[in-house]
Design a protein around this ligand. Structure first.
Ligand SMILES: Nc1ncnc2c1ncn2[C@@H]1O[C@H](COP(=O)(O)OP(=O)(O)OP(=O)(O)O)[C@@H](O)[C@H]1O
Ligand SMILES: [Mg+2]
Length: 280
């Protein structure tokens, strides 16, 4: 029996797997500088600055009402801060709207699942492709050639995501009938359908049991590893934060009280006080 010489070279692999880059070796993709946001008299975010680097998993933590969701809303253009700047790939953004953020590569999931409950898993994830579709809906209705080809390509991508998230068995199930953990997974699928460069996840594991949390953690790690997607993640479970994140921003009453590696922030006295509810 002959062996394929091209395959069996017997040589030592010249490219052993490289160690994961530490955050400070990566370029900054998003820079939040001196951002403040108020709702009437409520100061949701006060003079907060931090950055997100390419390919890292960045956690945003803090007690309830700390301003975490507001911060994601500022990053993806839902809210416009009264003060400060957001810089994306070196370009300062003004008055950016969420759909523009999405076309620029920023996608997100929500604290409360926001899916089309009557639609199937497949169609919900497909809806994440809409920003990538050149042909409009009417165009597609008459199955004009190019639109048809485009739709086939979108369906192929969506099927890939369904395989990746291991949700083949529920592809035709209306999302409203799914248990909570799977709804969250479908929501992740819809965000992935946008093929984002930066993925914002607002408490992706809230309300999940241990097994569902482990599954979701694994998918988040795989998205980061396999697609190179940069991830900003709000999470309350410190165990999850310690496992997943490269760096952590801690907010409390709208202010940034710590920024560092999981070990650094966990040992930070301000953070311990904030979580224990020590008065300011
Ligand atoms: N649209 C809004 N209108 C008025 N106040 C708001 C609005 N959104 C947030 N706030 C207020 O801003 C503050 C920060 O809220 P935010 O939702 O960002 O906190 P959070 O850290 O995400 O909290 P949680 O852990 O409970 O989700 C809170 O006092 C909240 O009541
Ligand atoms: Mg929140």
């Amino acid at each position: 029996m002959t062996m394929d010489a091209a395959v069996d070279t017997g040589a030592v692999n010249p490219d052993p797997p490289t160690a994961r880059l530490s955050s400070d070796q990566r370029p900054v993709v998003l820079d939040v500088k001196n951002v403040s946001l108020s709702f009437g008299g409520v100061k949701a975010i006060q003079d907060v600055s931090f950055d997100i680097r390419k390919g890292e998993v960045r956690a945003i933590i803090g007690p309830n009402g700390a301003g975490k969701t507001s911060m994601l809303n500022v990053i993806n253009g839902f809210y416009h801060p009264q003060h400060g700047t957001i810089t994306w790939h070196g370009q300062e953004r003004k008055q950016m709207r969420p759909h523009i953020a999405a076309t620029q590569g920023i996608a997100r999931t929500f604290q409360n699942v926001a899916l089309f409950q009557g639609m199937s898993t497949l169609d919900n994830i497909m809806s994440g492709r809409s920003l990538k579709m050149k042909s409009n809906f009417l165009f597609q209705l008459i199955h004009y050639g190019p639109a048809r080809n485009e739709e086939i390509e979108h369906r192929r991508k969506v099927e890939e995501i369904i395989d990746f998230l291991e949700i083949q068995a529920i592809r035709r199930t209306p999302v409203g009938r799914l248990p909570y953990g799977l709804k969250k997974r479908v929501e992740l699928g819809r965000a992935l359908a946008m093929e984002p460069e930066l993925l914002l996840l607002d408490e992706p594991m809230a309300g999940m049991n241990l097994e569902e949390k482990e599954d979701m953690s694994r998918f988040i790690i795989d998205v980061n590893d396999q697609f190179g997607t940069t991830i900003a993640l709000i999470e309350h479970d410190m165990g999850v934060v310690m496992d997943l994140s490269d760096r952590v921003v801690v907010l409390d009453h709208g202010e940034l009280i710590a920024d560092g590696t999981p070990n650094e922030v966990q040992a930070n006295q301000n953070v311990i006080d904030a979580y224990l509810g020590v008065a300011h």
